[in-house]
Design a protein. Sequence first.
Lengths: 117, 906
Amino acid sequence: MAKPADLLPLKPLHFLMLLTLVDGERHAYAIKKDLASRGAHRDVGPGTLYRSIAQLIDAGLIEESDRRPSAELDDERRRYYRVTAFGRRVVVAEAQRLDGLVSAARARRLIPNPGRA
Amino acid sequence: MRPVHVAETAFRWLMHAYPERFRRSHGLALFELFRDDAREAYRARGLTGLGVVMLRALLDTVVSAPGAWRDRRRSRSHAPSIGPGRWQPLAMLAGLAGDARVAARQLRKAPGFAAVSILTLGVGIGANVTIFSLANAVLLHPLASYEPDRVVRISGRWVNGAPVGRFSFLDFSDFRRRTSTLADLNGANLATLLLSADNRTDQIIGEVVSGGYLSMLGARTILGRPLMEADDRAGAPPVAVISEALWRRRFDHQPSVIGRNVRLNTINCTIVGVTSASFAGSFVGAPVDAWVPIAASGQTLGSGWNGDRSKRSLSLIGRLQPGVSSEQARTDLQIVNDALELEFRPPVHLASIEVAPGTLAAGDQRRLARAFLSLLLGLVGLVLIIACANVGNLLVARLFGRRRELAIRVALGGSRGRIARMLVAESLLLSSAGGAAAIVLTLWTTRAFTSISPLPTLTLRFQIQPDFRVIAFAAIATLASAAVLAAVGGFQALPPQIAPVLNDESAGSIGGRSPMRMRGTLAALQMTASLLLLVGAALFVRSARHAESIELGFDPKGVVVLDIEAPSRTTGESSRRFYDELVRRVTGIPGVQSVATSSRAPLDSSTPLARVNAAQPVTATADLTSMTVSALVVGVRYFDVVKTPLLSGRAFSERDVAGSQGVVIVNDTLAARLWPGTSPLGRRLWLDPHRSAEPCVVVGVARNSKYLTIGEEPRGHIYLPFAQHPDPDVALLVRSVNPLDRAANEVQTTLRALDPDVQGFFTRTLIEHVAVSLLPVRLATSLALVVAALALALASIGLYALVAFLIAERTNEIGLRMALGATPREVLLLVLSYGVKLAGVGLAIGIPVALVASRLLGALLYGVSPTDPLVFAAAPAVIVAVALAACYIPARRAMRLDPLVALRRL
């Protein structure tokens, strides 16, 4: 089993996708909308999104959810994805890494300290 | 929702770019994601929205699909597909290098194939890079080395739309003072200079420039300093900057040249700098060897250079203020121009100002050069197509020979993608080697263009250096050839049918099999391209023939010409006295028959134009009733010197002097246009107001001749007497029975004796002078011939190889036919008919295309229709003959085939 640290740093897109999924299970279209609403990735192309999904699945960070809508609802054949326990550890590790970097920048007063600002 | 369905189908097709495994697990979801996007966008913003989504999806696929392939490879090797170290350029390079190694090994096994292919591609790509280098030097390469985009050329148009490239010194000074959009504005003109140093005098060409010219263009000096603004102030000590070539030729590379005093024309000046060899000034082809400031050498711009707005001698080059667009600059300069026109009311109005990129070719030159060079690029493009088809043919033949190896690879589980990669690597390797050969070839061929001598006394100088554009063009041409080759090869190799190949069922007749059909198509395509080139070359040859035999309207044999500038004769009267005396003295030389001055030697593209009106005075602004004609101010004996006959009336005489009735001689065409059906003698003709306010009287009609270009249609022309319109700058024409070099020397001696400060430039015979007009057509003809010969040679080699290969493959069939009673003659006919069929297909496509394409040449042809029936009969005949010849040699081999030997191989 790989350690979370082996996968760091994460691509910003991967990190944001994981953050989105931490809130709950989502299908790809919802992930896309979510990313767009965060303003970070204004519009992710379908191919890029699915390549990222494939990569995250391969690395064991997310998995397909069991919760599948019934086949009769034809238009609702969407697949849902959720974060694995390992994925959650990776996203926390990445967040801590980023936090460390931001603190370093703050210590040099490059950005204001939210506490005192 | 129909457009959405179309988009969905397109996307489904696009999804094939992803690896199969990816498609299997995510394809449906990927598709649905796209569909949601597409439908929503279509609902919200209609077709535009749908288009945007489509475009995004396309770009996204291009970006992400290769990544998906990489992921797949990595997941096979159990490396994590995310996290650090995902992108492994080293590994990718290693993979490519591996492919290249395999390809190189394959090519080493077939050195003949490799050599022929590389050479063929080298010639094809090289021809393109050579022509592109020319186009680049003239049209694309910026004049300035520092922030070249901000440097612009400024020109204008007369009210009648005719282009004006030059400005008077006064206009230039006013533009410079009043513009707010230019950070710098400089003027320059060519001048012939006499350089005297070490008791030796040479004639050189220089640029008379304003002070900031050299530094604005970023001209580097390898010694000393460039000219500066301070050098161009009235009263500044005269200085000069010389070229590296002159420094080498005349001053023996001595650094002590800086600070030396030399005489340029009549001025003693100090050499302050030597420019690097890469700087050649701003005039196409001019071998500029010195730069002198206008303040000190202004009189080389012609008399009245600093007092007369109609003396337009300077081309203007400016540097835009930061952030200013050339359109803003144009508007600004237009406003300045309009103000100047109002203030000074010049006799002819400059209607509009144009601002163009700062490249070597300016104004009309630019349009001409662009037309000519793009035509040439088209021609050599065809050669590259032929070269690619040839190598493609060889590649297919080789693949066919390797079909067993390929089939075994596939049978053993080698993927087709892998084989395709191998082919691509081979094509890339071949064309890269070809591209490298092309660059070597180009360095050599462009040297042929760097010094062209239109006159014995004048060698043009061109700076043709490969810059990043040339390299990029070579790279694109190379990649394009590689793509064509890979496509040709891949088309053949990818569906190898394993079983028949391995069972060796390949020995039978192959005419209908796809490799042969492919090769046949390529050969026919070559015939098409060759035909196009042949038609072009034949038209040029016919046109050149025609141009040489065109009736000039004057007799150039036995006449010597030299250009004389007498800048010290500032008034018309002193010019008139000087040239009267010169003509008198030269006439006294034994052997000289007649002598006359003329504003230009006959047939010169810089012959001045004038406006005339038979009914009313010519106005300063454009008017519809005045005609534009060419005009020469000539001496009394002019018509005796050039032997242009007068159809009626008289020539000019000694009685036509300043103060007497103004007279004019018109040509046939002008007479017929202005006074159809009646005699023009005694009629009145008004000229441009700055020439004369009073009307002139027509005293003679001269037969038509050629005035500006050799290919021109009959045009209106007037002759004016020198005594009534004197000018310090003339061409002196001398008809002599003596050998022409002797006559020229005697004239020079006489001139020096009369005034040592006045010099004759560009001594030449009138035949040589006329040849200058023929230079473009000669150049085009020889280039077209070389290109066509190259194409035909490549195409015939290609056809030869194809037929030879065909016969080798059909040995069994031919043997069988002969054993069953076919005569060698019938075998010969079989082979020849194949060649004729290919040529026929090529011609069937080529002739209609040539009929349309040859119209593009129309402007460059003299007296030959672009659809000349002789050319269109001869060119296809040559193609068929070449095809037959190319088939004949291998066919003879087939005829001599021993049926027994052939059948034993069955």
